[in-house]
Design a protein around this ligand. Structure first.
Ligand SMILES: [Zn+2]
Length: 324
């Protein structure tokens, strides 16, 4: 099978999406370039994975405690759409390694608060779901790491999941799975409303009525408050251009490098530049994103807040007289 957008079978496979004005050929190719992570230890994986694979999300990376157990599900998804890449890693893979290169994570496991902090640090949006004691299925998400004005999931955490599962628990799995997949596609294409990022959204399976509750940013949030203040401080003290202004004197791609070569290459490039010149750096999420900007700031460079560029990150660095 081919992923070439010019091939007739590509257009035929996605024709029902390409005809939508919100998607079109460009949108479909955007989905093909997308790299989405799924954390799963639940039955919701089947619905979410089939929906995303069918929609043509190009790369789907799953994290599961027992990859062999879900082989039938993976085979089903690959059979549904052989053009997408589906990989599965065990939970022994360090979370930062697994997150590197992802542009969105959908966490279907009740233990998602543990991953929320790692996703926030790596600046990767997270969508998740939970069921409350009344049997209501909720979904919400956080992209507070990219937009500090938004609440993260720790600002207004959902109630602890019901134990034992509420009576409607088997019904909400399919609903949550398709809604999360839909919200993921909306995010990747930047279409539709954005309520999922500052509301908890529910569908009451007993009544079929939607419900939404606003989530507010908490100034003392243990996860996102520091990012917000760092972001404000960076804006006050570092007069570097906003991420939309990507003019720079030089460009360096370190997405193929690993620490410590990531920082070493940036440092060597900056040494060839004059004070006041700017270097635009393209880097992966995870360890490079956490370490490279911080080390550059420690050494006196002016560094912008990183911005997300379809799964990798952009950074603008200015050489100053302090850093000479
Ligand atoms: Zn927060």
């Amino acid at each position: 099978m081919t992923r070439d957008a010019r091939a007739p079978e590509w257009a035929e496979r996605y024709s029902r999406q390409i005809i939508l004005k919100e998607i079109g050929g460009q949108g479909q190719m955007r989905l093909d370039r997308a790299v989405v992570g799924l954390v799963a230890d639940s039955e919701i994986l089947v619905t979410t994975l089939l929906y995303l694979a069918g929609a043509g999300i190009g790369t789907l990376r799953i994290r599961h405690p027992d990859p062999t157990r879900i082989e039938p599900t993976l085979a089903w998804a690959r059979d549904l759409n052989p053009t997408v890449t589906i990989a599965c890693a065990g939970v022994d893979t360090p979370i930062d390694t697994w997150l590197a290169g992802l542009e969105l994570v959908i966490d279907l496991d009740q233990g998602w608060p543990e991953r929320h902090r790692a996703c926030h640090a790596a600046r990767i949006p997270l969508l998740t779901t939970w069921c409350d004691a009344d049997g209501l299925a909720w979904i919400s998400g956080s992209r507070a790491s990219l937009d500090p004005a938004l609440p993260c999931l720790a600002c207004a955490p959902p109630p602890d999941p019901s134990e034992p599962p509420a009576p409607w628990a088997t019904l909400w799995q399919g609903l949550s799975g398709t809604r999360l997949a839909t919200e993921a596609i909306k995010y990747l294409l930047d279409i539709g409303d954005r309520a999922v990022w500052d509301h908890a959204l529910a569908l009451d399976v007993t009544r079929g009525e939607p419900d939404r509750r606003p989530r507010r940013k908490r100034p003392d949030c243990p996860v996102c408050a520091r990012t917000a203040s760092r972001h404000e401080a960076a804006n006050r003290t570092r007069q570097l251009s906003a991420p939309s202004d990507q003019e720079a004197d030089a460009f360096l791609d370190i997405t193929a490098d690993t620490c410590p070569m990531t920082f070493v290459r940036v440092k060597l490039r900056l040494e060839t530049m004059a004070s006041g010149q700017t270097l635009r750096v393209r880097l992966s999420g995870g360890e490079p994103l956490m370490n490279v900007p911080r080390t550059l700031r420690d050494q006196g460079f002016k560094v912008s807040e990183p911005w997300n560029e379809q799964g990798v990150f952009g950074l603008l660095v200015e050489k100053t007289s302090d850093s000479d």
